[in-house]
Every structure is written in C-alpha cells, then in structure tokens.
Design a protein around this ligand. Structure first.
Ligand SMILES: C[S@@+](CC[C@H](N)C(=O)[O-])C[C@H]1O[C@@H](n2cnc3c(N)ncnc32)[C@H](O)[C@@H]1O
Length: 300
C-alpha cells in the first residue's frame, strides 16, 4: 500500500520552485510530495518535511537517507501548528514556499492500526496522528467513554455533518454503560443499530461521518489548521507561496477565509476564487483525489 500524491502537476506549477529554494512540506506522510519538492529545489535547496506521526518520520529517514545526509531534506516530527518554531530550531528564518496536504493518508487508513478505518473492526479506537500517544493525548475512546452525550452529539454534528448525530450520541452513552468502547467494531455496531435502514445502504458508508468527526476532534484538526496557516504565513518570504490541499468543506472553509482576509489586508494575492480540482484523468487513477481542493496565495 502506498499513498499517491494528489494534484502533483498543479502543485509544481503553483509552487514555482527554483534551484536553491527552501520549501516546507508540512504534511510529509510517505514523502510523495517531499520527493517532488526535493527534485524541484535540487541539491542546493532544502525541503523541511514535517509530520506528527513518528512512524512516518521513521520511514522517511530510511527513504531519504542520502538526501538527509547531504542536508537537502530535514525531518521534523511535530505538529504543523508550530511550523515557525520548527523552522527556527533548524536555524532557518524564512521559506520560499509551504505546502499543506491535509488529513490522514491511505497509509494511516490501511496500516496504522489506530482505528482510522471503520472497516477494521479489531483495531483500537485511537485515531491519533501520533503513533505513540501518551496518557495526556486525547483518543476516540476517551471521547466515547467519558464525554457527555451533548458534547459528543456536537462533534458528530459540527465535524461530521452527521444528520443522526443526536441519536448516535445518545446510543453511544447508553452502550458504554454496558461495555466501554474499545475497538472500531464496537462503535460501528452502535451506529448500525441506530440509523435507519436506508442510511445503511447508501453509497457513502453509514459510519463515514462519525469517524471523520472523531478524527477531527481527537487531533484538534481545525484549530491546528488555523494556527498552521497563520504561522506559515509569518515565515514566508515576500513573494513566497502558500498552497493548501483540503479534503472536506470544514477545512476548505478555513483556508478560504484565511486567504480572503490576507487578500483584503493586501498581504497576499490569491490566484483564483474557486479551488483547483483534480482532472478526470487523475480521479480515474486515484479516486481519493476526487475530493481534493487546492487553494494558493502569494505573500506580498
Ligand atoms: C494526506 S497525508 C499527506 C500525504 C503526502 N503529501 C504525500 O503525498 O505522501 C497527511 C499527513 O499529514 C499528517 N498530519 C495531519 N495533521 C497534522 C498536523 N497537525 N501536524 C503535522 N502533521 C499532520 C498526517 O499524519 C499525515 O501523515
């Protein structure tokens, strides 16, 4: 299983990287985009590759051993909301471009063993991007076993846009009194029993929205994105490019709003009011790219 980087051609065009540039891949994962960026900036350039997932960083160390040795690729296991301090800790003040490719990857969905996929009934309900969450890190189990039904319903509604949010949250709180949530199958069963029959036979799996909501809540994704955008703008050089690929409307709304504000403040030019989408050709080869939306700006 590998993760195919999305919108590569469009990204290469908009990043407009030159030999010797410094670029940040804020969501490195398996390094699909990192590879493309490193080819663009060449031997004299630098790619700073960030990911919160320690397993990804371990794999990237092996994959890019020679680049790392030559100082062309620098890795950081960090939350991208701290992108400015990551850069400072590497002794770099400014970057020519920053790329965000948000959310989870196919690798995490298929191989992480952390319960991202509703199809993996035996996996633990963690959903953390960190591969070794410590006791202070929030997990999906913590939410399902400890939060009140109103708070759970709120995240299903706000982060999953789940129409049966109240019913499912109420049922989860009742179910945990019998048996606390432990693995993916426990949650899928509660959802299955508490949505109408037609919902189970829709094209989109009936657990999709609840799983998305929990993942966003566990990783505080929307706040991390707001911070990450703000801090990446700080470390961009004038004429520096910021590119963001999002996969659902909650993320895209934040990116759109951020770019609108920077444009209104005359701090950036925004290339297009509509996001760039994948071509039919790309979608045919990589169905995940269907929901990708790319937005970009240039700092003034
Ligand atoms: C969609 S994947 C990126 C795929 C990559 N661009 C490629 O083509 O191989 C998103 C990655 O971002 C990471 N991630 C998500 N939120 C993060 C955050 N706040 N800070 C750092 N990494 C994050 C995830 O762990 C995941 O590995």
């Amino acid at each position: 299983m590998s993760h195919v980087p999305v919108l590569s051609k469009e990204i290469t065009h908009l990043l407009n990287l030159k030999r010797g540039d410094i670029v940040i891949d804020a969501t490195a994962d398996g390094g699909g985009h990192t590879q493309i960026l490193s080819e663009s900036v060449g031997e004299k350039g630098i790619v700073v590759a960030i990911d919160q997932d320690e397993e990804m960083i371990t794999n990237l160390k092996k994959k890019f051993e020679n680049h790392i040795y030559r100082g062309q690729i620098k890795l950081a296991c960090e939350n991208f909301k701290n992108i400015d301090s990551v850069l400072r800790s590497l002794g770099i003040n400014e970057a020519d471009a920053v790329l965000f490719d948000l959310g989870m990857s196919s690798l995490q969905l298929e191989n992480s063993g952390r319960g991202f996929s509703f199809l993996k009934a035996e996996e633990p309900l963690l959903m953390t991007y960190k591969s070794n969450p410590d006791s202070e890190d929030l997990t999906a189990r913590d939410i399902l076993n400890n939060w009140g039904d109103e708070k759970i319903a709120e995240i299903f509604k706000n982060f999953g846009e789940e129409r049966f949010y109240k019913r499912i949250a109420g049922a989860a709180v009742a179910a945990r009194k019998e048996k606390p949530f432990y693995k993916v199958g426990d949650l899928v069963e509660v959802i299955r029993k508490n949505v109408p029959e037609f919902y189970i036979h829709q094209r989109i799996h009936f657990a999709t929205r609840v799983f998305q909501a929990l993942r966003i809540a566990v990783n505080n994704e929307l706040e991390a994105l707001k911070e990450g955008l703000k801090n990446s703008f700080k470390i961009l050089k004038p004429q520096g490019r910021l590119l963001v690929i999002s996969f659902h409307s909650l993320e895209d709304r934040i990116v759109k709003e951020f770019l609108k504000n920077e444009k209104q403040a005359k701090k950036a030019t925004v290339s297009a009011s509509k996001p760039i989408r994948s071509s039919f050709d790309e979608i045919a080869k990589n169905p995940r790219s269907r929901s990708a939306k790319l937005r970009a700006c240039v700092k003034l």
